[in-house]
Design a protein around this ligand. Sequence first.
Ligand code: SF4
Ligand code: F3S
Ligand code: FES
Length: 240
Amino acid sequence: MSRRLTFSVFRHNPRDPASLPHQETYSLDEQPGMTLFIALSQIRDGQDPSLNFDFVCRAGVCGSCAMVINGRPGLACRTQTKDLPSGISLFPLPSFELIGDLSVNTGKWMRAMSERIETWAHLAEAPDIDRLEARMEPAMAEAIYELDRCIECGCCVAACGTARMRDDFLGAVGMNKIARFRLDPRDTRSDKDYYEVIGDDTGVFGCMSLLGCHDVCPKDLPLQTQIAYLRRQMVKQGFR
Ligand code: SF4
Ligand code: F3S
Ligand code: FES
């Protein structure tokens, strides 16, 4: 027999002065294979067309559907209701600008972070075509690809106590990106250059090793290892 699910959903429109943050309750019959994406779509279609939430790919690729699901950041499109109790609470990710209800502006945060740490390969001033086209060892390409799997969903930032305390913290997502470019042989930046962007309390030395980021990352990125490695390298090379 299917369960009756109860959703307690955060509602607030920050652009409407009359809107007060509150929880609204919706009920649905659970169906086989139901994800939170399906459940929220049914609620919006059948019960409340004003409900805001974001989805694009529905396949765990775009990162837009992240929200706090029963207290834990996760992707709504990859979360099946059968893995949750019948009472489900949904909140928007903290640390990001609220657009409305479950929708937050992770793009604005990610863009600011990317511009600050310059998440692109810094090539030599007169790029040497042979170097650019040089064959990359498969092991190196795989190591870079492993870190490139980040979908910028924001779950790691939402789960991080440091990010909740300071707006300028780069988060595990930012440090993962630095780790990715440090590996890339085409990037001409030195460790000193990297140190200048992440070697303080807004970067690797602000991280308190709380590891919420590592626990919630839906792509299982090795965030704990990368942050610890960057920190050790900074200390080893005398940058701190
Ligand atoms: Fe999401 Fe993981 Fe990337 Fe953080 S590191 S933004 S949790 S995919
Ligand atoms: Fe935050 Fe992850 Fe460090 S949760 S404190 S970035 S280990
Ligand atoms: Fe794209 Fe969920 S809708 S990751």
